[in-house]
Structure formats: C-alpha cells, structure tokens
Design a protein around this ligand. Structure first.
Ligand code: GDP
Ligand code: MG
Length: 223
C-alpha cells in the first residue's frame, strides 16, 4: 500500500502535473485575457473567481498563466489568461493575446494613472493585436474597497466610448467578482466569441489552476 502511494507520488513529481494540468470539458470554451498595469489586481481577480480565495501577495512569475473555470449557466469554460508579470515586457504580449475572444481591461480605482494607461495604451494595443471582430471588451475598475481616485462617470465614459461594459470590483472583498465573470460569459455567448476546441497553452509557462480537481489529466488540443 505504502509502496503504491510512493510510486504515485514519485510519478506525480516527475510529471510535475500541477504545472501542466489542463482542464478539458465538453461544451464551448473561450479565452479571456486580463490586461492592465501591474498591481491593479488582475491575478487577484482571476484567483478569487476560480478559487474563491483572496491572498494578499502573489509572487510575480514571468510568462503567461491561465486558470479555467466552467460555468453551469451559461455553460461555458472560461480560460482566463493572466499576464503574470509580462506587463513589464510588452514585446511578449502579442503572443499572449493571440486567439483571445475576450479582453478584460483592469485598472486600480485608487490609482488614477492605471486608468489613464487603459485609455492611452491598453485599448489600442489590444485592438491592434486582436483582430477578431467578435472580441468582447470589458472595463474593470478594481480595488473598490479603497479610496477612489477615478470617478465612476469617467470610467463609464471611457467604457461607452469603446462599447465596453463597465464593472467595479474588489478582489479583496470579492464584491462584484462573480457578476463580472458571469455577465462577461453571457456577453461572450451572445457575441458567439467561443469555440468548441480549447486554446493552446502558452508555451512560455502554462499553469492551470482548475476550479475542480480533474479526474483525469490530459492535454487538450494536441498539436
Ligand atoms: P496584478 O499585478 O495586476 O496581477 O495585481 P495582483 O493581483 O498581484 O495585486 C497587486 C496587489 O494589490 C496585491 O498586494 C493584492 O493583494 C492587492 N489587491 C488586489 N486586488 C485588490 C483589491 O480589490 N483591493 C485591495 N485593497 N487590494 C487588492
Ligand atoms: Mg499578476
């Protein structure tokens, strides 16, 4: 019994499966990218949505990370790609954005500069690199629990200008996080911005944190 356990533990370590677990489920899937300046809370939002837990500090690793969560209603597997520090190396971002069907533009409500950089950099940059005409774009003002430096009307004005929906969230208190992703999923379904095959993992460093531990691990979309 013990030997069997050790064997599987060894196998687990050798395969380093946690790093390469990919979640596969039947039904439509979509690739959503989280973009915006560093420290605005992109990783926190994704983690809170997928795991339900907020953690004060996540280590910044380099290379894209993605997490997946399958919603029951609407039935959609959302692959949420997080830049994981790539914001610093913008030349790597076009690769990260490839094939995205949805972009969540995140800024920090308590840091006005992060809102201005959505307006002055991120929207144009993403539009230049994602040419999908069905691209769903959503504006997210995070850190709603802190003292705000960005007026709701300014953010709504920017969102309206680009035809985006606008949400204000707090990853810390989880306020609006569920509705952000839920309503985005509805928008994605309405726009037809999904596919039945999952996106390829990022060859830089794919990490997937499933919402439920999968019974089997296997690669999806083998090349
Ligand atoms: P990223 O660089 O955009 O991925 O940002 P992180 O998710 O790593 O968050 C940066 C810092 O902001 C971390 O210290 C988080 O704990 C903190 N943070 C993230 N979201 C919130 C929030 O909604 N409210 C507050 N007060 N802090 C947050
Ligand atoms: Mg991050």
């Amino acid at each position: 019994m013990y030997e069997m356990g050790s064997f599987y533990l060894l196998l687990y370590k050798i395969m380093n499966v946690r790093r390469y677990q990919l979640v596969m489920s039947a039904g439509p899937k979509t690739k959503c990218v989280l973009v915006g300046d560093m420290f605005v809370g992109k990783t926190s939002l994704a983690r809170v949505f997928v795991t339900g837990h907020f953690q004060e500090n996540y280590s910044v690793s380099c290379g894209g990370t993605f997490m997946a969560k399958t919603l029951k209603e609407p039935p959609l597997t959302m692959q949420i790609w997080d830049t994981a520090g790539m914001e610093r190396f913008r030349s790597m971002l076009p690769h990260f954005l490839r094939d995205a069907a949805c972009a969540l533009f995140v800024f920090d409500l308590s840091e006005r500069a992060t809102f201005l950089s959505i307006r002055d950099f991120w929207v144009d940059f993403v539009k230049q690199n994602i040419t999908d005409e069905n691209l769903v774009m959503v504006l997210v003002g995070n850190k709603l629990d802190r003292h705000r430096q960005v007026k709701e009307s300014d953010a709504k004005g920017l969102a309206d200008h680009y035809g985006m929906q606008y949400f204000e969230t707090s990853a810390k208190t989880s306020q609006n996080v569920e509705s952000l992703f839920h309503e985005t999923a509805i928008k994605i379904i309405d726009a037809g911005a999904f596919r039945t095959q999952c996106a390829e993992p990022d060859p830089l460093d794919p990490k997937v944190i499933p919402n439920n531990p999968p019974k089997k691990q296997y690669k999806c979309c083998p090349s």
